[in-house]
Design a protein around this ligand. Structure first.
Ligand code: GDP
Ligand code: MN
Length: 348
């Protein structure tokens, strides 16, 4: 029971708490967190907020993944906080190491150059393994195979409003595959050749390109160049079967062969976003205005005062990043032809 172990049956809702609403139907879903043992207290804070605002009424499971075994303290603290079943998985070595086609000297040289250029995480090997893992492997970890939907939660994130409606069920009922709260521009220096590589893949596999796609979110010139917009992947609610589809796996394998996870510093955010923008229909991508969220340094605080009051939000609306210059969310609304939420002009 050291690894990949579950802890305890899902507890019954305490007296007085409302039962899961909307017909009481739960979806086959889990929270998922990639973390180190040193993240124990930061993930504890995240879990506490998720539970207080949402999961204490729903009791969804929580899968924790790590490239090393979780220690007893991590498991004890997180199991005490989560109201669903907790599961702890170790990542197989082959999902967290250099593929044999990677030229180690070339990769080391890149890390040195990026370090000199002060590119964030430019010199880090583990950050690259992390980005590659989140891009191509977490959804096929053995513990994730039991589920259809995931909600990614990172250590140290915050949730500022009640989440009364089950976002998993919302996704399932409305034909959504990928959900986000914050979008922004990527550092170009971390992904010089990502767009070219993704575009080449799509040109070679036109059957994977959705007809009514959201490429307009990613490109201002019909797909020629990348405008660096991406969904911030430290928050994601998504469909695991989409990520496990032949289309997505072929896409990831093509990127992985190209080597940019190590010869550059491709992040899982642009990797997921480009896939979503090209392979999903635009109405399969959902912006959760009603889920208030912070990952340092950006906050999504819902637009619309009535909504914030109804959801008992404790975020300051002037911290909302959505309509500020470095956010891509305004572009998302334009690209998919959606009306911006009432009140957005006053909150710009
Ligand atoms: P940032 O948000 O881009 O600054 O990156 P983070 O440091 O937050 O890392 C992203 C996620 O991967 C977080 O959930 C981290 O806990 C996790 N993570 C990052 N590096 C490692 C690692 O070396 N091992 C493990 N197990 N998790 C990691
Ligand atoms: Mn983070």
């Amino acid at each position: 029971l050291q690894n990949n172990a579950s802890h305890g049956p899902p507890p019954k809702p305490a007296a007085g708490l409302p039962l899961p609403q909307a017909g009481g139907q739960k979806v086959n879903a889990t929270f998922v967190t990639l973390a180190r043992n040193s993240d124990t207290w930061d993930i504890a804070r995240s879990i506490r907020q998720v539970e207080d605002r949402f999961n204490r009424k729903f009791h969804y499971d929580w899968v924790f993944l790590n490239d090393e075994p979780f220690d007893e303290n991590f498991k004890k603290v997180t199991t005490a906080l989560v109201s669903g079943t907790t599961k702890y998985g170790v990542i197989p070595k082959e999902h967290w190491s250099f593929p044999d086609w990677i030229d180690q000297n070339k990769a080391a040289k890149v890390r040195e150059e990026m370090s000199e250029k002060k590119i964030i995480y430019g010199d880090s090997i583990s950050y690259r393994h992390m980005c590659r893992y989140e891009s191509g492997f977490f959804f096929r970890h053995q513990l994730m195979l039991d589920y259809d939907w995931y909600w990614r939660v990172e250590p140290g994130v915050e949730f500022f409003c009640d989440i009364n409606e089950d976002p998993f069920k919302f996704m399932a009922d409305n034909g959504k595959k990928y959900g986000f709260t914050i979008s922004l521009y990527e550092y170009g220096d971390t992904i010089p050749t990502l767009w070219k590589t993704a575009k080449k893949f799509m040109d070679e596999h036109p059957q994977y390109v959705a007809e009514d796609n959201a490429i307009a979110f990613l490109s201002d010139d019909g797909g020629d160049t990348y405008n660096l917009c991406h969904f911030w992947s430290n928050f994601e609610i998504g469909n695991l079967n989409w990520l496990r589809s032949q289309a997505y796996i072929d896409y990831f394998n093509a990127l992985d062969k190209d080597g940019g996870f190590f010869y550059e510093r491709w992040g899982d955010a642009p990797v997921h976003s480009i896939a979503a923008g090209m392979m999903l229909k635009k109405d399969e991508i959902h912006f959760f205005n009603n889920i208030a969220y912070n990952h340092v340094p950006f906050t999504h605080c819902p637009t619309g005062e009535k909504l914030r009051l109804d959801l008992k939000c404790h975020c300051n609306p002037s911290d909302n990043f959505d309509w500020k210059g470095y956010s891509c969310t305004s572009r998302f609304f334009d690209a998919v032809g959606m009306k911006k939420p009432d009140g957005y002009e006053e909150e710009q």
